[in-house]
Design a protein around this ligand. Sequence first.
Ligand code: SF4
Ligand code: SF4
Length: 454
Amino acid sequence: MTDNGMTRRHFIKNSLVGALAVSPLSVAGGCAGARVDLKSELAEIDRNHDRMAINQSYLDAYDFDNCIECGECLHGCIYKDLDEEQAIENIVKMREGDVDVCEEMLDQCALCYKCDHRCPVDARPAALMLERLHDRRNRENGVPLSMRYFINGMESKGWDQNLFRDLYTDHNEEEQKILEKWSEPKDCGDGDLLWCSCAVRIFPYDIEHSQVLADLQKFGGKSDCCGLAAFRSGLYDVSRYLTNNLIDRLSECRFKRLVVMCGSCQEMFQMSTPTYFGQEFPFEVISVYQYIEEQMQKGKAHIKRQVSDEIKGDACISHSCFACEFGDDYLESLKRLYRQVGFDCAELAHTGENNACCGMGGYYRKGNFWDILDVKGVKKQDLKKSEKEHIVSYCYGCYFTTHLFHGGTTHFLLEKLLWALGDEIKYPMSGLLGRSLNFSNMWHMMKIGPSALF
Ligand code: SF4
Ligand code: SF4
């Protein structure tokens, strides 16, 4: 049951259906990974009008008829080097589904949705890019192993190896107990529920023991996933399936607002699910940063320490792909919090509606590391030009990618903020690499190696 007595039935009725978990899927083996066909099952579910998702593909979110084929979406893209004429020619061919042009454009895409802001008629060209990525997935001999390994929540459908679940095997006994506790449904009454996503669960101890977050009950089992990685990888049906499962799990809880720590989850809940699946979540979603600022305004949390003066003036903000989607208030709130921690952060050259991706967007092209290195190039140049040593991210994905693939000293805003407000950080997220050096993770990484590299 959710807020204000909303029953599980109503919750699901108003959202996507969660009953998929009990139905078998057709899963076939393939040399590049099992092919999962969820379409027929979702179609079966959608026969029930109460439970129907309005949209059935990425293309449903693209205003195909109103596109004036001006090419602005491709022409202004910082990952492409196209003049106006080439951009017009390419968008026309992409709309027609010309495979060669689609492949070329996808190999220069970070799936960052920024082209939506350039479209003069709000046709949402990012949906076309995602649809063409979906076409690419369909042309492949099964979902690439490396991509399957990265997407959590599919083990019941045969995707039995997963990066996050491998990372969780490194947890000590106390951390394991925390995850077991988080997995249980929570009754928060009219209060807030803290959603603990795949990335958050890698380091659960400091979140569980945070004084700043002590009023929040925490929720998120090992396989609960918002579906964004699948969504951005062109796997529309897998994403719908994962979102359905999460809705089903959330419907066992009672709460008023869902507090999210991960930018990807926030994007999925606030933007992609309503826009691309045609569904609204029947509860309010807020960022953990908004929650913490509220706590500070109520006098429940106070700044007790700040980063040193040396770091203060030598730091820059690394924005996430989605930040500008959440509006100016969100960005202003983040900047206030940066200043509270002591960071006098500089903005990078590409920011706002022209923000550069950390590199992670490249992974969604084919599931390999080379594309991360390719996409991160623009931000790498921005970081170099800034001449700042300290890079501060507020999104889990950006932090991990920046930490692993960029130079400089990296910081995660949430961790630093909790520290500034008095929490002790026992397991800093800079220990990610150490956490991944366990047998299960190393073994599976070796097995997926060729798929992740080429
Ligand atoms: S999604 Fe991003 S990278 Fe891809 S075309 Fe649009 S703006 Fe360019
Ligand atoms: S910017 Fe919009 S109208 Fe112009 S080609 Fe792209 S999708 Fe069509």
